[in-house]
Design a binder for this molecule. Structure first.
Ligand code: 26W
Length: 808
């Protein structure tokens, strides 16, 4: 049911502007209008929330709690209007009131509360959980500063703060009456009272956690859910002159802790650093969340004994792993349960998703830090660890396995092992990834408790990533599949396969892509001053910058192409534009060097007349959700070229596929499942398989051999040393590839081993592009078969196999 007509929306917006800013539409700025839009839609969703809450309580429904340090929400205005089915009305109302609708949408800042894949996945799942009418909530931190804004200055990344809340907070509903107190440090005192051992924490530093709720609407339903973002405040009153000296210091400490905890999102992606502030963030949001869930549960049921029957807690990687000891603490210290009962309920309530196999990303907290920061939690972890270790010993009688599966080992707490011990389910995020978890990373745990290990292949919100952002394609899909079924039944996209030999349809598909490319070119020119040739192949690699994702392999191939062009100006028959977008973690020096290299190469090619209308490289500054939304519909080639076995799933790969781009990729992560539905004939596969990667490494990999053997490869590696017209040498990268550096082996990610195979895949791609009908047919098949990568499918699997909750 649509909540607004154009007219009623106009009056609602006018009233909001008046009440909030004391302005008429004629006087209001774009910013004020954007806020008014947010507030009007927020009101509708808040009203629906009241009904949903009543229903959950009345029907005693089981609830899903999705805990994640990251929710990469991006913009919400167009999305909420879309889900509430008022997008056309909103556009019209804005125009009637004298605004440009596109400008109002454009002014909204991205809520960049995440780094990359893991954070965006959480946002997509929130949409699907709501659309599938699952009573669910997301929980995270209300970071004041999201992922940094990236500027490129003289080819290099510079980080700027991302102050998103000025406008972005319009979506948030603060709930001060539901604030929770979280305690850090202090000393434990134990005492006996009527036969029970009580433990109290004295002299702790308290921080107040205040929820700021973002309501999210589902599509085609009145159901709404909330994303609860915790803000940190000091518990002490402001007038500190009234305090005695001791209290003053405590107050100052609490002020300082409150001021820093929710300040900034950690920008490291797939790289763990044992920073105490990060542990504080984790416990802060976990403790506030668990207290808030337990309080509501008690309020409804009067007991925590049925907690696991009415709640399930999904943790997004190990970052919220402290839910396990925190639940135990509440059950034992606050509800008076004994250990066994508390453990039984905890291990029936928590499920863990793993998102990476990179060793450097696995969280291992120093036990000394745990002990001083979280004394009671540390006690509980020690007990969990001891009991788990006993169980492992009794099962295996093998000290190597005991060591491997230990929770506390070598002075560290291993969070993944804690999650395996304390959870009811462990899942990977693609078929290949889950197999690697079972057979390799968590092999011993899996042999002991095989029933815990599952797979749920990732998915994306296809309403956002196709229907909302690619209106041309959306219209064609609706026409050809006979309506808008696909919005709630993504597999209906398959009907497109029937048009594989329909020339008119393929031409329309091509025309849509062409228009999207032109639109992107216009945007790039307007916002960055970059001139893109819409006749060129748009060949795109956008994702976080990481060595395992091998942006450098893409660069090496471009250098090879460039050198070929030097030898033969007719070597490239069709103009080819390579687009890159990537943020590097601020402390990741190699990643930053690769960004600089891309910019040096782009500049070289730009200034070489030989490349005109043939070859172009563009680095798109500040890649983020809202830029991806413009880029995906315009992309033709999707680069998914990680070393096999390293990319847990990938989700960008799915966004490209759904928008009709063809993939050049390795058999890694979800590419494997894309290949399952597409076959060799609808994608450009290359490179070693995961098992071959392991074998090559085991048998001793010597990249210098490839360097001496392969002239093309040698020539482009040598170009790194010499550098380009800006005079910067990339000898450091050359050295890394051939000899290794700083403790990492030569060519750790096997770029050289895959180079030739990659160049061949690129050639096959370029040849196919020369046959437009063939290309468009492949593109159609990609769209048609992308339905299984919808988040609705993934969330339904979680609901059926892990959460055991009903869904639409
Ligand atoms: C503690 C530092 C840190 C921060 C983030 C370690 C690990 C992470 C994430 C788990 C990294 C991440 O985002 N992983 C990505 O998750 C996506 C969603 O499942 C997958 O599609 C990507 O393949 C995976 O790299």
């Amino acid at each position: 049911m649509t909540p607004f007509t154009t007219q009623s929306l106009e009056s609602a917006l006018t009233a909001k502007l008046m009440l909030n800013f004391g302005k008429t539409p004629e006087e209001a700025t774009d910013q004020e209008m954007m806020k008014a839009c947010a507030l009007v839609l927020r009101d509708v969703m808040a009203m629906r929330r009241v009904e949903v809450k009543k229903q959950i309580r009345r029907q005693q429904q089981k609830q899903v709690h999705y805990l994640s340090l990251e929710f990469l929400m991006g913009r919400s205005l167009m999305k909420n209007a879309y889900n509430l089915e008022v997008l056309p009305q909103l556009r019209e109302a804005l125009e009637h009131l004298g605004f440009k609708a596109a400008d109002i949408f454009e002014i909204e800042p991205d809520a960049g509360l995440g780094n990359g894949g893991l954070g965006r996945l959480a946002a997509c799942y929130l949409d699907s959980m709501t659309t599938l009418e699952i009573p669910a909530a997301g929980y995270s931190i209300c970071y004041e500063l999201g992922i940094f804004k990236q500027k490129i200055v003289e080819g290099q990344q510079v980080e700027l703060p991302d102050n998103w809340k000025d406008l972005g907070a319009a979506w948030l509903l603060p709930k001060p009456e539901e604030a929770q107190t979280v305690q850090f440090g202090g000393t434990l005192r134990e005492f006996w009272d009527d036969g029970h051992l009580h433990i109290v924490n004295e002299n702790a530093t308290s921080v107040l956690a205040v929820p700021c709720d973002m309501v999210v609407a589902g599509y085609g339903t009145d159901h709404v859910n909330t994303l609860r973002l915790w803000d940190a405040r000091s518990t002490k009153p402001v007038d500190m002159s009234l305090f005695s000296r001791g209290e003053y210091l405590k107050a100052a400490e609490e002020e300082a802790m409150a001021a820093t905890i929710a300040k900034v999102l950690y920008p490291e992606d797939n790289h763990y650093e044992g920073k105490s502030l990060r542990l504080k963030q984790q416990y802060f949001f976990v403790s506030a969340t668990v207290q808030s869930i337990a309080t509501k549960h008690l309020d409804t049921y009067g007991t925590l004994k049925n907690f696991h029957e009415k709640n399930v807690i999904q943790i997004n990687d190990t970052h919220p792993a402290l839910v396990i000891p925190e639940l135990m603490r509440i059950f034992i210290d606050e509800a008076g349960m004994d250990w066994d009962e508390a453990w039984d309920i905890t291990t029936k309530s928590v499920a863990y998703t793993n998102h990476t196999v990179l060793a450097e990303a696995l969280e291992r907290w120093p036990q000394s830090l745990m002990e001083s920061l979280l004394p009671r939690v540390w006690q509980i972890i020690q007990e969990i660890s001891a009991r788990w270790q006993q169980k492992v010993e009794d099962f295996y009688h093998d000290s190597a396995k005991t060591a491997n599966m230990a929770i506390i080992w070598g002075g560290e707490v291993r969070m993944a092992n804690l999650c395996i011990a304390g959870g009811m389910a462990v899942n990977g995020v693609s078929g290949l990834h889950s197999e690697i978890l079972k057979k390799d990373v968590f092999r011993d745990a899996c042999s002991m408790e095989p029933w815990k290990f599952q797979n749920v292949t990732n998915g994306i919100d296809h309403r956002r990533w196709l229907s909302e952002i690619n209106p041309g394609l959306d219209a064609l899909v609706k026409e050809l599949t006979g309506g808008d079924d696909y919005l709630l039944q993504p597999l209906a996209l398959q009907k497109l396969d029937a048009y594989a030999d329909d020339k008119a349809v393929l031409e329309r598909l091509a025309a849509i892509k062409r228009a999207n490319k032109e639109e992107f070119a216009l945007y790039a020119k307007k916002t960055r001053g970059v001139i893109l040739n819409p006749d060129a192949i748009f060949d795109v690699q956008v994702k976080r910058l990481h060595e395992y994702k091998r942006q450098l392999l893409n660069v090496l191939h471009i250098i090879a192409l460039y050198q070929k062009l030097q030898d033969d100006p007719n070597a490239i028959t069709h103009p080819h534009t390579f687009l890159f977008g990537a943020k590097a973690a601020p402390g990741y020096a190699v990643a930053k060097r690769i960004i600089r290299l891309i910019n040096s190469l782009a500049d070289q090619i730009d200034h070489d007349p030989i490349c005109k209308d043939k070859l172009q490289v563009v680095f798109l500054e500040n890649y983020r959700v809202s830029l991806a939304e413009r880029l995906m519909p315009a992309s033709e080639v999707s680069q998914q070229i990680s070393t096999a076995g390293k990319e847990a799933s990938g989700t960008g790969n799915m966004k490209f596929m759904m928008n009709g781009a063809l993939t050049i990729g390795t058999l890694d992560g979800a590419n494997v499942e894309m290949h399952d539905v597409l076959g060799d004939e609808n994608m450009f596969l290359f490179g070693l398989h995961a098992d071959e990667v392991s074998r090559v490494k085991r048998e001793g990999y010597v990249p210098q051999r490839l360097y001496s053997r392969d002239d093309t490869l040698r020539r482009c590696l040598d170009a790194l040393r010499h550098g380009f017209r800006d005079g910067v040498s990339y000898d450091d990268l050359y050295q890394r590839l051939l000899f290794g550096a700083g403790g990492s082996p030569a060519d750790e990610y096997l770029l050289l081993a895959d180079f030739d195979s990659y160049c061949q895949a690129e050639r096959r791609m370029a040849e196919t592009y020369a046959d437009p009908m063939q290309w468009n047919r492949m593109s159609l098949h990609n769209i048609a078969r992308s339905g299984i990568f919808a988040a609705d499918r993934a969330v339904a699997e979680y609901a059926d196999n892990i959460w055991h909750v009903p869904h639409k």
